[in-house]
Write a protein that binds this ligand. Structure first.
Ligand code: F6P
Length: 559
């Protein structure tokens, strides 16, 4: 029998009981008790090696987690996704980002329609366009080649493309530059416009809906700026393209739909980098590298589809996350790439994970009785070590972490990368082992400290340890391994959402703020304008609106 709520599964109660025992255990002792632990709790797929042995798990825990996954029909859920079932139930949409990176003919259907010809048709258009830009046959209105791209988008229309473009820096085509503008703060667009030449710039307006306030505001301002540089209306076709599902809004904006690259409502915004939303990646790194990214993700998809749950890396990561979240009460998870080029991965995963699984209502409309998505945060190592790791090592909350690294760097300069890797290995070891009071006392007395100093210092210098970590290792960060890494996380998120019984593919939580901002916009004055007192809101919001209006009314130069 399939349970809609995971806590109805008998495995849930068993895991609750196991968690009581587990909390008395040390991960380090589990290693002492089992010489095979490191090999037993590790796996390989699509060029990624995942070591999950430094989590507080045992065979019993894993067996019950897998029973839990089966009890909530995880395999059926995965098959339903691939079969194009409308698993995004609140928007009645299929969820088929996997199809975007597959080459299998006739496998994916939406409402009975084979979608592979649509996908491949758009990929061919995208490749042709990249070729024309790269060879210089598509030029700007003054005949100059377009060497600079400005991608205007936000959320999924920004975070995936910028993260991948940065991560693939070693694959960038020489002489090309891509900027990403997302924030409605005029400073973001202004700093980009200040550094570009309109004659050699292509603006890529990326928006699934083509209605998002931030993107449309930036797009209109970019168009105005372009026209102000002396270009005419007809020149827009040579400098603006759109990536969207909304042809009507694209035309209304003034972009010829011949310059529009399409995707479909069965591609979620935060899962869209594999679609034409990946255009800036392809323009900056070459279409072939974009295709390699897709191929790497497809390898992970195959693994996810066919591997037994016990060997299935996305499933295992999801289950360990559920163990940590629901049974060990860990509410934050750090993503720590030991590769500077992955510096936007934590931000990307914040949207992918938190917008997907930050929900408290089940698919059937009932409130969840269990915790769902954790807070995701992170920074590249070793920068994070000098910032927030203090709290992970010695804070009152236990935080789980993923440590990610390539064994070989694209920049093997001197011993930089060996130092980076030493830290990548040392931090999880330190987080697991900790340092006991006895060890600290022995070290301090060996260094000649007085008894009084030892008494003062020792409690501050001990580490509780027993902090769970997972290591994700690849030989080198290539388009393929990056694609596999992203797909690994996407499927992890899917599995967790399925097990928690929530819809991972809608995002109603972003709506309320958007509507309220629309109301408040009309109450905020222009510079120098006098506005009536605001009375529509709570007294705090009213007073803040009035104070802002007062400050904006006074346009005398400020320091
Ligand atoms: O923040 C809400 C959201 O809808 C995201 O899910 C999405 O990625 C982002 O806005 C941008 O949407 P669009 O691509 O339609 O501009």
């Amino acid at each position: 029998m399939i349970h809609a709520s995971p806590d109805r599964s008998p495995a849930w109660a068993a895991l609750k009981a196991l968690a009581e025992d587990a909390q008395k255990q040390r991960i380090a002792s589990l290693f002492d008790a089992d010489a095979e632990r490191a090999t037993k709790y590790a796996g390989n797929a699509a060029g990624l090696f995942v070591d999950y042995s430094k989590n507080l798990i045992t065979d019993d825990v894993l067996d019950n987690l897998i029973s839990l996954a089966r009890d909530v029909g995880l395999e059926q859920g995965r098959d339903d996704m691939v079969a194009g079932e409308k698993i995004n139930s609140t928007e009645t949409r299929a969820v088929l980002h996997v199809a975007l990176r597959d080459t299998a003919q006739g496998k994916y259907h939406v409402d009975g329609e084979d979608i592979m010809p649509l996908i491949q048709g758009e990929l061919v258009r995208m490749r042709d366009f990249c070729d024309r830009i790269h060879t210089g046959s598509f030029t700007g209105h003054t005949g100059k080649p377009l060497k600079t791209v400005v991608n205007i988008g936000i959320g999924g229309s920004d975070l995936g493309p910028v993260m991948v473009t940065e991560a693939l820096a070693p694959y960038h085509i020489e002489g090309r530059k891509t900027h990403f503008v997302s924030n409605v703060d005029g400073a973001h667009l202004a700093s980009t416009l200040a550094s570009i030449d309109p004659e050699t710039t292509l603006f890529v307006i990326a928006s699934k809906t083509f209605t998002t306030q931030e993107t449309m505001t930036n797009a209109h301002s970019a168009r105005d700026w372009f026209l102000d540089t002396g270009a005419g209306q007809a020149d827009i076709a040579k400098h603006f393209i759109a990536l969207s599902t909304n042809a009507a809004a694209v035309s209304k904006f003034g972009i010829d739909t011949a310059n529009m690259f399409r995707f479909w409502d069965w591609v979620g915004g935060r899962y869209s980098l594999w679609s034409v939303i990946g255009m800036p990646i392809a323009l900056q790194t070459g279409f072939d590298n974009f295709a390699r990214l897709l191929a790497g993700a497809a390898q992970m998809d195959r693994h996810f589809e066919i591997a037994d749950l016990r060997d299935n890396l996305p499933v295992l990561l999801a289950l360990i996350g559920i163990w940590n979240r629901n049974f060990l009460d860990i509410s934050a998870h750090a993503v720590l790439p030991y590769d500077q080029s992955l510096h936007r991965l934590p931000a990307y995963l914040q949207q992918a994970d938190m917008e997907s699984n930050g929900k408290s209502v089940m698919r059937d409309g009932m409130a969840t009785s269990h915790a769902t998505g954790p807070v995701i945060f992170g920074e590249p190592g070793t920068n994070g070590q000098h910032a927030f790791y203090q709290l992970i090592h010695q804070g009152t909350d236990i935080i789980s972490s993923d440590f990610i690294a390539p064994a070989i760097s694209h920049h093997e300069r001197g011993d930089h990368h060996r130092k980076l890797l030493a830290n990548f290995l040392a931090q999880p070891e330190a987080l697991m082992l900790g340092k006991s009071l006895e060890q600290v006392v022995a070290e301090l007395s060996a260094s000649g400290r007085s008894d009084a100093e030892i008494e003062n210092l020792a409690p501050h210098r001990k580490f509780p340890g027993n902090r769970p970590t997972t290591a994700i290792l690849m030989q080198k960060l290539t388009p393929e391994t990056l694609g596999a890494l992203i797909a690994l996380y996407e499927h992890k998120i899917f599995c967790q959402g399925h097990i928690w019984g929530i819809n991972s593919f809608d995002q109603w939580g972003v709506e309320l703020g958007k509507v309220l901002a629309g109301n408040i916009l009309t109450e905020l004055g222009d510079l120098g304008e006098t506005k009536p007192a605001c009375t529509q809101h709570d007294s705090s919001t009213n007073a803040l609106v009035d104070r802002i209006n007062q400050m904006r009314k006074d346009t005398r130069p400020q320091d």
